[in-house]
Write a protein that binds this ligand. Structure first.
Ligand code: SF4
Length: 110
């Protein structure tokens, strides 16, 4: 194999690898979206949720740590949309209600 042929071959291999990596990244992000939509909703009866005083509607809590206006939607551990359900770093694999609240609430940094 000549030097030029070797160069062409390694370029081909590099391009193949770049295409494969892009396809893998695209599939991973699609899988991430599907996972977020398919996650089970965290309920007040979940043992960890109970321990942290999680409620699906922040306005219903009687927890003395609760401050008016605090909801999952403005908590730093929440990564979902402002409405509906989304992931919380404290409850991996489950989606919390954007209107919910728990005693680990930490205001999102602006
Ligand atoms: S840590 Fe924050 S986002 Fe997670 S359940 Fe508690 S208040 Fe909601």
């Amino acid at each position: 194999m000549t030097h030029r042929e070797k160069n062409l071959e390694s370029r081909r291999q590099f391009l193949k690898m770049a295409v494969a990596m892009s396809a893998t990244a695209a599939l991973a992000s699609i899988a991430g979206l599907v996972r977020a939509a398919d996650m089970l909703h965290l309920t007040d009866s979940d043992p960890t949720a109970k321990a942290l005083g999680y409620v699906e509607d922040a306005s219903t809590t009687r927890n003395p740590l609760y401050k008016a206006g605090s909801t999952c939607a403005n908590c730093q551990f929440y990564t979902g949309a402002a409405d509906g359900y989304g992931p919380c770093q404290l409850f991996p694999g489950k989606a919390v209600n954007a209107k919910g609240w728990c005693s680990s609430y930490t205001q999102k940094k602006s």
